[in-house]
Design a protein around this ligand. Structure first.
Ligand code: 26Q
Length: 820
């Protein structure tokens, strides 16, 4: 692999010595007895030694310059493996590869030993990881704040086609070599208790929170290595521990052990990542995670601010806090509490600061994903915060009254507090009221945020609502994961594109070049072979790389419509067996997806796809034309081998429901052609690559809304479309579950009698047609080559470097700091 100039001093002999030292002293292995995993750990530690030094130096230089920085608060950072990526950013990939070879090791094999840190669910967590990469690459001062979960997202296996979840102890027994604990950054966090009034020395009556118990926050830093520069930024993850010695007196006073909180052990707070994606469950422990995260992070931001010699009044000048969805919203009342109760600012002075510090990113319009917490739960766990939320709402309601006098309906709609049997706090409303900028994550989504989710807020706060279209880091999602294509691109347009992805457009002029087409297709073929080998080795399924590799990889959710894909597969199965004139190019349908453990229909869909796979992969009547592979345990490192191998990218959500999508960008960048609805970032991908180079189908957002309003009638489609009927009815037979008819009928039932909430049936016919077009166009390899090359060439906009520059210019207003 070609790397850019190394950014670190590198002495091969010293490095080898360091690896061997760690092997012996850190991991207690001799070179003779060490297995591959121990060598990986030792190499990781030797590298982390370099990056930790740079992290401290970066911290120091940024503090000295006392410049504005952003703090990215997220409950999730789905970073994936660090070793390969950091090697690329450090410019040391080849050097280290050579060094370990001299130790008798193979770098590629060592990298496979690393377990993915899976500290996130899906898109939102992965976005946070890409953003950290792009902040460091462009040297915009930043700290990422997250949680140090003991267990990441569960790993998935299949038993009899059913999803089985296994806990993910991502750090292993030895610990993760890249992380470093920072005991000096520890924080103490209060919980529960009461609020009291007291008179201060000046004779003013004040409020203060007297927590009933405290827990300790321990900081762990992971290094985010800047690509081709000397900056290393911290991803700071908080681990919750109980105070030592445990504060039993306090605890017993309020009888917290006895009655309600006996279950609470500090170590439980950061024990496990909640495995829900786009769904809110309202669990007490989750709120505790959120507050623990916010309290530690806000305190650390203030610590840095004061350590650099600044005054509290200058906080908004120097710090921005970006809230990754509403999950860290409680940081807002936490900062207000500190400003008022601890720094003794009046409400207006505190609000003037706080409301210029926070900004909020919305990632969803799905009602079930909008966080609402019961007032009584917040009042119990965080009584002072609840008071502050009421005060924010009170003042906000005054504003609403001024704007719409006497209009109680609008007040009810906009209020941060939702009235009802039990009052609820609407976290999104709290965010919009309390931040200086709110953004959606793709142009269409941001329009819908303005038009449908927050129209009145948009009137009240003109200019507050923005768009920042998501992006992905080209370092991991092209340079690292697709070395073959990287080499080809380097040869044509030079090596600067990983930091300047717009330069990919220089490839467009080769789209018709026969020689280039051949080489581009050969790279794709190699990547397909690499994945096919993986599938053969791990799943025992043989794949033909001449087939179209059709890929849908993302969380399993009804709105993402994996079951629409399944119905299309069933329609092909039906036609191959029943339509004598039907022909198709061989196709491999590749799925990877985790379902939230409590999401029954999502699990049914996984089961159904697995059962259909069993049958079609072994049915000689199909002549090998149809294969279905559901790859278990979808994760970042698996995406890294599937994406480069994809011919077709399935982005088929019901229009209006996928805020952006980012897998769509990664797949297009690696030359997969999108079949997709006019949803999320698909709309902008179409704008960039041109209508000829993407397969758009299905209802538009407003058609979806209209159809829902008028009453969608699934049976109308069922009766009118014989292919749809045949496909659906297969789910009621025992074709795929021999001897057990009905095992797959829950999906059919949901679509027909459950009202088909995501309009699968309404889009089916158009989807089938779009696939027929794909089939025809793939057979003409010159046409296909042109289109796939143009996809790579024309998606430079979707670099997360561009997203970060949008945030920097329109929201954060940062200046880059070049670390010397
Ligand atoms: C909320 C409350 C309690 C427990 C869990 C949650 C929770 C957790 C994760 C709610 C939502 C999420 C994740 C949402 C998510 O990944 N959204 C995706 O964000 C991407 C980045 O912006 C977009 O590209 C996707 O369209 C969007 O679905």
């Amino acid at each position: 692999m070609t790397t850019r100039g190394q950014t670190q001093q590198f002495d091969k002999a010293l490095f080898k010595a360091s690896v061997e030292k760690h092997l012996v002293t850190t991991y207690a292995k001799t070179p003779e007895t060490a297995d591959s995993r121990s060598w990986y750990l030792a190499v990781g530690k030797a590298l982390a030694e370099i990056s930790t030094g740079s992290l401290l130096e970066t911290e120091k230089q940024i503090a000295e310059q006392n410049v504005r920085s952003v703090n990215y608060l997220s409950l999730e950072f789905l970073i994936g493996r660090l070793t390969g990526n950091n090697l690329i950013s450090m410019g040391l990939y080849e050097e280290v590869s050579a060094a370990v070879e001299e130790l008798g090791l193979n770098l590629t094999d060592l990298l496979e030993e690393e377990r993915d840190p899976a500290l996130g669910n899906g898109g939102l967590g992965r976005l946070a990881a890409c953003f950290m990469d792009s902040l460091a690459a462009q040297e915009y001062p930043a700290v990422g704040y997250g949680l140090h979960y003991e267990y990441g997202l569960f790993s998935q296996s299949f038993e009899g086609g059913h999803q089985v979840e296994v806990p993910d102890a991502w750090r292993g027994i030895e610990g993760y070599p890249w992380e470093v604990v920072r005991p000096e950054l520890g924080q103490t966090v209060g919980l529960f208790g009461s609020v009291e009034t007291y008179t201060d020395k000046a004779g003013t009556s004040c409020r203060r929170w007297v927590p009933a118990m405290t827990v300790e926050g321990v900081a762990w830093d992971l290094p985010i290595v800047g690509y081709d520069n000397k900056s290393v930024y911290p991803l700071r993850l908080w681990e919750c521990r109980s105070p030592a010695p445990f504060n039993l007196a306090r605890f017993n006073d309020g009888d917290y052990v006895g009655a309600q909180y006996g279950q609470l052990e500090a170590g439980n707070v950061t024990k496990v990542l909640y495995p829900n994606d786009n769904h809110d469950q309202g669990k007490t422990l989750r709120l505790m995670q959120q507050y623990f995260h916010c309290a530690c992070s806000v305190a650390d931001i203030l610590r840095r601010h004061f350590a650099a010699g600044n005054k509290i009044e200058d906080l908004a000048k120097l710090e921005s806090i970006q809230l990754n969805d509403t999950h860290p919203t409680i940081a807002i009342p936490e900062l207000m509490r500190i400003l008022i109760d601890e720094h003794k600012l009046g409400w207006d002075a505190a609000w003037a600061i706080s409301s210029k510090v926070f900004a909020y990113t919305n990632h969803t319009l799905l009602p079930e994903a909008l966080e609402r917490w019961s007032e009584s739960l917040i009042a119990d766990m965080l009584p002072r915060h609840m008071e502050i939320i009421f005060e924010i709402n009170h003042r906000f309601m005054t504003l609403v009254e001024e704007k719409w006098p006497g209009n109680n309906e609008i007040k009810r709609k906009l209020s941060i507090i939702e009235e009802g049997q039990q009052r609820m706090v609407r976290m999104a409303n709290l965010c919009v009221v309390s931040t200086y900028a709110v953004n959606g994550v793709a142009a269409l989504h941001s329009e819908l945020v303005k038009r449908d989710l927050f129209p009145e807020f948009n009137e009240l706060f003109p200019g507050r609502l923005h768009n920042v279209t998501n992006g992905v880091t080209p370092r991991r999602w092209l340079k690292f994961c697709n070395p073959g294509l990287t080499e080809l691109v380097n040869e044509k347009i030079g090596t600067e594109w990983p930091a300047k992805l717009e330069q990919l457009s220089g490839l467009a002029k080769f789209a018709e070049d026969k020689k280039f087409q051949k080489r581009y297709l050969a790279v794709k073929k190699d990547n397909k072979q690499r994945f096919a080998d993986w599938v053969q080795d791990n799943m025992g399924i043989e794949l033909d790389t001449n087939a179209i590799f059709d890929v849908q990889i993302k969380r399993l959710h009804e709105y993402k419509r994996q079951h629409l894909n399944l119905l299309h597969i069933l329609s092909l199965y039906h036609r191959l067996l029943n339509e004598p004139t039907f022909d198709m190019h061989p196709r491999v349908f590749i799925f990877a997806a985790k379902a939230a453990p409590g999401y029954a229909l999502a699990k049914d869909i996984i089961f159904a796809i697995n059962k259909v796979a069993d049958k079609v992969n072994n049915d000689p009547r199909l002549g090998g034309k149809l294969k279905v592979v559901f790859v278990p345990d979808y994760r970042v490192s698996l995406a890294e081998i599937i994406i480069p191998a994809a011919d077709v990218s399935e982005q088929i959500s019901t229009a209006g429901l996928e805020a952006s999508g980012t897998g769509n960008m990664k797949l297009a960048l690696n030359g997969a052609l999108t079949i997709g609805t006019m949803d999320g970032a698909n709309v902008e991908i179409r704008e960039e690559v041109g209508d000829e180079n993407i397969f758009i189908f299905g209802l538009l957002v407003d058609e979806v809304l209209k159809q829902k309003e008028e009453g969608h009638d699934p049976y109308r489609y069922y009766h009118a479309d014989s292919l749809l009927r045949a496909s659906l009815d297969l789910l009621n037979t025992d074709e795929f579950t021999p001897g057990n008819p009905g095992q797959l009928s829950a999906i059919r039932q949901n679509l027909l009698d459950g009202g088909d909430p995501y309009l699968v049936l309404a889009d089916f016919a158009d989807y089938v047609k779009a696939h027929e077009k794909i089939d025809a166009e793939y057979r003409d390899q010159a046409t296909w080559a042109r289109k796939t090359i143009l996809n790579t060439a024309l998606v430079g906009k979707f670099s997360s470097d561009r997203s970060i520059r949008d945030y920097v210019n329109n929201i954060w207003k940062l200046k880059a700091v070049s670390v010397k």
